[in-house]
Design a protein around this ligand. Structure first.
Ligand code: ADP
Ligand code: MG
Length: 390
């Protein structure tokens, strides 16, 4: 999970890293009031989960209240595109902070290097531009050090990185301290990435994190209830994705009209392929997971059919740990609890499939079709979605 800049800065501050003080605002008046409190010049910064906001016009310095109002008004609600045209990311919040007098702009990051099974610390004297640009323009300016996760990062080692990166001599000690605190923040928040770009030296030679990009390990979020809760509800998020997430289902929205449910990511992927091959357009990817219980099946069907574009649904279950009779019970329960106004094609194979099919047969559910093979099921669901059942 990615944090917004201001949330990342909260993580930094909690670990002793200096950040400009500021306030978050989601409307113009609040932003201006914040700037008035902070004093001028202050900076109005778009809070979106994409870098390059400065270049995109999402970061502006205000020298007085009039400018603060104009900037907040322009930035709130604007659509920001990433450096590779990712997006648009609509700005729902701004962060208002005091403007720093910048003497030097450096780059620092800590990234979990999965292949090395260690965090890697990267520091450069060339801050402000993105790291790909640094790597291209001046690869020698990027100093990398893998940190032993048991030993951690000590001050001497961190200082050597600052020296190797040729940061200004008078800053080596302070940068070393900031790097160890960033490393502490990385560990404490179970982050997979922390990027500070730029890490600046102010005119008073203080080292301050002016930007913050923090990615948390989603699997460790349960240990950070406060951060997980602080994550803004993304108003642009697909409603089915949101619903699925609340129910702990793995769901990806696609733009077709055939709802898909499978158990296991591999089976789901191949189900998408088979449906596409049969001439259909999948509306989603939904992995009910191994050992799917009846309850999960009800949830899954509710999520899939809440998408009004869906014209037919394909249930492709290969029973292993998952028992087909459990799945059948889930389907029957879903027919009782959810308004099933689209046809459903079911293929049940593997553990307890006969029992599952018997239960479904006895329930006599209208609009329910059974297919023996995956290909047959795909052809049937495509025909039903097109309104031309065989
Ligand atoms: P992004 O990386 O998304 O463009 P940053 O937070 O890095 O956003 O800001 C871009 C640039 O704006 C910085 O490199 C810096 O020059 C300037 N800037 C950002 N925040 C401040 C601040 N508080 N004071 C002065 N300049 C700032
Ligand atoms: Mg930046």
């Amino acid at each position: 999970m990615d944090l917004l800049e201001y949330q990342g800065k909260q993580v930094f501050a909690a670990n002793g890293v200096a950040v400009p003080s500021g306030e978050v605002a989601s409307d113009v008046d609040t932003a201006v009031a914040a700037a008035d409190r902070i004093g001028y010049p202050s900076v109005i910064k778009a809070q979106v989960l994409i870098g390059g906001r400065g270049k995109a016009g999402g970061i502006k310095i205000a020298k007085d209240g009039v400018e603060a109002r104009a900037h907040a008004d322009a930035i709130l609600g604007m659509d920001i595109y990433g450096p590779r045209r990712e997006g648009p990311f609509r700005v729902h919040q701004v962060w208002v902070e005091g403007a720093s007098e910048i003497d030097a702009e450096y780059y620092a990051s800590i990234i979990l290097d999965r292949s090395a099974k260690k965090p890697v610390l990267i520091v450069s004297r060339m801050g402000g531009m993105n790291v790909e640009e640094i790597a291209e323009n001046d690869p020698d300016a990027l100093i990398k050090l893998h940190v032993d996760p048991i030993a951690g990062l000590d001050l001497d080692t961190a200082r050597q990185v600052a020296v190797d990166a040729q940061l200004d001599d008078d800053l080596h000690d302070e940068v070393a301290e900031v790097l160890t605190k960033l490393y502490a923040a990385f560990l404490a928040s179970d982050a997979t990435l922390i990027e500070v770009n730029p890490l600046i030296a102010t005119s008073r030679r203080e080292v301050v994190a002016l930007d913050a990009k923090v990615t948390l390990d989603g699997n460790a979020l349960f240990r950070h209830a406060e951060l997980a809760a602080a994550a803004p509800d993304d108003p642009d998020q697909d409603p089915q994705e949101k619903m699925a997430k609340e129910r702990g289902l793995t769901y990806v929205a696609l733009d077709g009209d055939i709802g898909i449910l499978g158990n296991g990511a591999g089976l789901c992927m191949s189900t998408l392929d088979v449906v596409a091959n049969a001439g259909g357009n999948p509306a989603n990817f939904l992995d009910a997971g191994g050992g799917s219980k009846a309850e999960a099946i009800v949830d899954a069907l509710e999520v899939i059919t809440s998408n009004t574009k869906v014209k037919a649904v394909l249930f492709n279950i290969f029973g292993g740990i998952t028992r087909c009779d459990e799945v059948a019970k889930g389907i029957i329960a879903a027919y009782q609890q959810v308004e099933m106004n689209v046809p459903l094609v079911v293929r049940l194979d593997g553990t307890n499939s006969e029992e599952g099919l018997r239960l479904l047969g006895e329930a006599g559910l209208s609009g329910l079709h059974h297919a023996e093979t995956m290909l047959g099921a795909a052809e049937q669901v495509v025909a039903l979605a097109k309104g031309t059942p065989a």
